[in-house]
Design a protein around this ligand. Structure first.
Ligand SMILES: Nc1ncnc2c1ncn2[C@@H]1O[C@H](COP(=O)(O)OP(=O)(O)OP(=O)(O)O)[C@@H](O)[C@H]1O
Length: 272
């Protein structure tokens, strides 16, 4: 475990293409997310292996890599779904390893899974309302009060996710892409400082992909975002930096054009 306030070292895991460690010279608190030596073993199999990852404030990082590289497991570790075998995950100044999923959400980490998990029988508006931090009381959504701040927030988020005209439509009537946006909106209601999305454009039309790129670019103006994605065209439109995972380790890291030109990345991923 790395002592607080130490600078990241230049282990192979933290080395960007060109040889410069991405986190070099910075302290943990200067990053939204500061991961060091993160390891998880499932029985005898190491799925994430002494991984270092440093995500800046307002950065949109895309994680790519072949099947089984450890991408989903990495997000599972950050959101507390899977417990680390060793290593550290610091979100701002909070150590996340050992915290429950619920507390990690409350600390400001939002996660969107591949399949949308919205309330199909509720309207778009109601889905957003129940996601407001005060939206659920011990009595459930029924006890919810539509106060002015909630109404304004719902309208703002609906505009962000292109659903302003559909606030009173039942969520089950939305297209697949609109359901994905609604789930992103439900996360936005909680104003997370770190948002993680697993393949957000899978199954979307070309125009929905373009709008999602616009949405993610907007979202990352005032929060950090981590996206797992296989669609390289889409990655080019959104990524500030790309991290390539392979066998649970960082194979390469940096701007998309450099990562794409790296022969090791072509060999294990892009060339296939
Ligand atoms: N709970 C678990 N128990 C045992 N092995 C697991 C568990 N979760 C993940 N793994 C294994 O860890 C490795 C990494 O899986 P992970 O789902 O993180 O890969 P990925 O990079 O997200 O792949 P994909 O692109 O196919 O989604 C795989 O070999 C997977 O079988």
């Amino acid at each position: 475990m790395t002592p607080p306030n130490s600078t990241p070292n230049s282990t192979p895991n933290s080395t960007a293409i060109g040889g410069t460690p991405i986190g070099a010279g910075k302290r943990p608190t200067e990053f939204t997310l500061y991961i060091e030596d993160l390891t998880v073993k499932f029985g005898g199999f190491t799925a994430v292996d002494k991984l270092n990852l440093y995500v800046d404030r307002n950065e949109l990082r895309v994680v790519i890599g072949p099947n089984g590289a450890g991408k989903t497991t990495l997000l599972d570790l950050i959101c507390g779904r899977t417990k680390a075998t060793s290593g550290s995950i610091r979100f701002k100044d909070i150590e996340l390893t050992g915290m429950s999923e619920h507390r990690i959400v409350r600390a400001g980490v939002g996660r969107k899974f591949q399949t949308p998990s919205i309330y199909e029988s509720l309207s778009v508006r109601e889905n957003l309302e129940v996601s407001f931090p005060r939206g659920r009381s011990v009595f459930g959504a029924i006890a919810f009060r539509r106060t002015r701040d909630v109404v304004e927030r719902v309208e703002q988020v609906a505009e962000d996710i292109f659903l302003s005209e559909m606030l009173d439509r039942s969520a089950e009537l939305l297209s697949h892409g609109q359901k994905q946006w609604l789930e992103i909106g439900m996360l936005l209601m909680q104003e997370p400082e770190l948002m993680m999305l697993d393949e957000p454009v899978a199954g979307m039309s070309v125009s929905e992909r373009e709008k999602t790129a616009e949405l993610l670019n907007r979202i990352s103006r005032n929060r950090s975002v981590i996206v797992i994605e296989h669609d390289m065209e889409f990655v080019k439109h959104i990524a500030h930096k790309v991290t390539v995972l392979h066998q649970g380790k960082v194979l390469a890291e940096g701007p998309m054009d450099k990562v794409q030109a790296d022969p090791r990345v072509v060999e294990v991923y892009l060339g296939h």
